[in-house]
Design a protein around this ligand. Structure first.
Ligand code: AMP
Ligand code: GLY
Length: 433
């Protein structure tokens, strides 16, 4: 099988795929990730969709039966459309389904039509109308570039001025290119955030244990938004009842709405949800595993991941058979100096081997590179994901931080409060509905 993508999420997936009894050979497109390179054979083809005929030919020659696509960009561009064939399954939605993440305006429309709870919003393609709308409102809104912007297209504005600046930079300055052709302006929601991921096989849904991600750079959720500075699984304050409610009110209606659009969605459906006093509401959909949520999830996965992803792509999730480690998992991200604006690369990393030897610790390479002399250096913003497993969340955190303390590189940034739950979910949920 073939794995596309080269971050921490894909290293975590590669580990579980490589441990699958039903795996033949694992090939990967991103062998510059030293973690993936240890587990896979190289596929030296480009992953850009306009050159996908090369990848198709390569897959045909090797008899690849399953392609797993990690990141959103190739999915939005339509890599699944190009690679799927009668004898080749693709885990990841086709471009029409990937619009859920790649076109926030469309996603909002779909949610509105299906009465799926989400923040109130309006979409604008004209900057002047967007600016006057923002000025006419009392509350400062959240401004989102409608297209894909590597997780940087959302501004939770503190006042009208900041919201207006975001509109100008997205729509006029086009800091994220065409992603800012349209903006979604929505009400600011409050409450704890959870990441609820589900496998979807076209009709069946299998909800995975809920995770929580820490998006801000600094302790206490301060500083700029990042791709995610750490995540843990399962979340402490989301009970089964709440999870069932999210499945019933959000995930099932979303898959039904996709089906009405004649989209057979196959892959991960990731709902970023805020637990508000009025119930769970969607902040965003993603069409892939979360990064870093995938790292603690995979650290707990027990079973044959190749088989599970194949069954998902085939429409046979009902035959799936696997379990989760009962322990908690907590993943702390070690980021480069200068992240998220200007990550410093080429900085040598020490202590990896000692950290990896610790019992109950898994280390995923996200932005690293192996130099010719064997040294591992930083090669991106988020460098490593250090996941600890433990009987309680507190044990898992302690394990992760014990390993983090052994790793060093110049300028290393790390939050010290990953896995610390500050806001419990509003009590109003319990016993309602
Ligand atoms: P997104 O990429 O849409 O998940 O947005 C990034 C982050 O911005 C989310 O994880 C939230 O923390 C925050 N956010 C997005 N939408 C809203 C909203 N409507 N209200 C409050 N915060 C939001
Ligand atoms: N951890 C957030 C994301 O994957 O989008």
């Amino acid at each position: 099988m073939l794995l596309i993508g080269g971050g921490g999420r894909e290293h975590a997936l590669a580990r579980a795929l490589a441990a699958s009894p039903s795996l033949g050979t694992l090939y990967a497109t991103h062998m510059s990730n030293p973690g993936i390179a240890q587990l896979a054979q190289p596929c030296d083809q480009p992953t850009e969709v306009r050159e996908s005929y090369r990848l198709v030919q390569w897959c045909e020659k090797r008899g690849i039966g399953l392609v797993v696509v990690g990141p959103e960009d190739p999915l939005a561009e339509g890599i699944a459309d190009k690679l799927a064939a009668p004898d080749r399954l693709v885990f990841g939605p086709t471009s029409d389904g990937a619009r859920l993440e790649g076109d926030k305006a469309w996603a909002k429309q779909l949610m509105r039509a299906a009465a799926i709870p989400t923040a109130e919003s309006r979409t604008f393609t004209d900057p002047d109308s967007a600016l006057s709308y923002v000025r006419s409102r009392e509350q400062a809104p959240v401004v989102k570039a409608a297209g894909l912007a590597k997780g940087k297209g959302v501004v939770v504005a503190k006042d009208t001025e900041e919201a207006s600046k975001a509109i100008v930079s997205f729509m006029i300055d086009r800091i994220h290119g065409d992603a800012g052709r349209a903006v979604v302006i929505e009400e600011k929601l409050e409450g704890p955030e959870v990441s609820v991921l589900a496998l979807v096989d076209g009709r069946n849904i299998m909800v995975l244990p809920p995770c929580r991600d820490h998006k801000r750079l600094g302790d206490g959720d301060r500083g700029p938004n990042t791709g995610g500075m750490g995540a843990f699984c399962p979340t402490a304050d989301l009970d089964d009842r709440m999870l069932q409610r999210i499945e019933r009110e959000i995930l099932v209606p979303t898959v039904d709405a996709l089906t009405r659009e004649e989209i057979a969605y196959r892959g991960v459906l990731y709902a970023g949800i805020m637990l508000t006093h009025a119930g769970p509401k969607v902040l965003e959909f993603n069409v892939r595993f979360g990064d870093p949520e995938c790292q603690p999830l995979m650290a707990r996965f027990r079973g044959d991941l190749v088989r599970l992803l194949k069954l998902t792509a085939q429409g046979h999730l009902d035959r799936a058979d696997f379990s989760w480690d009962t322990r908690h998992a907590c993943c702390v991200v070690l980021a480069s100096g200068g992240y998220p604006e200007k990550p410093k690369t080429g900085v040598p990393i020490t202590g990896l081997a000692a950290a990896e030897k610790l019992e109950g610790v898994v280390i995923d390479h996200a932005g690293t590179k192996r130099q010719n002399d064997g040294t591992i250096v930083t090669a991106g913003g988020r460098v490593l994901g250090v996941t600890g497993l433990g009987e309680t969340l507190e044990d898992a955190r302690a394990k992760a931080y014990e390993a983090c303390r052994l790793i060093r590189f110049d300028g290393m940034q790390m939050r010290s409060d990953i896995g610390v739950v500050r806001e419990p979910a509003p009590r109003v949920f319990r016993g309602t509905r």
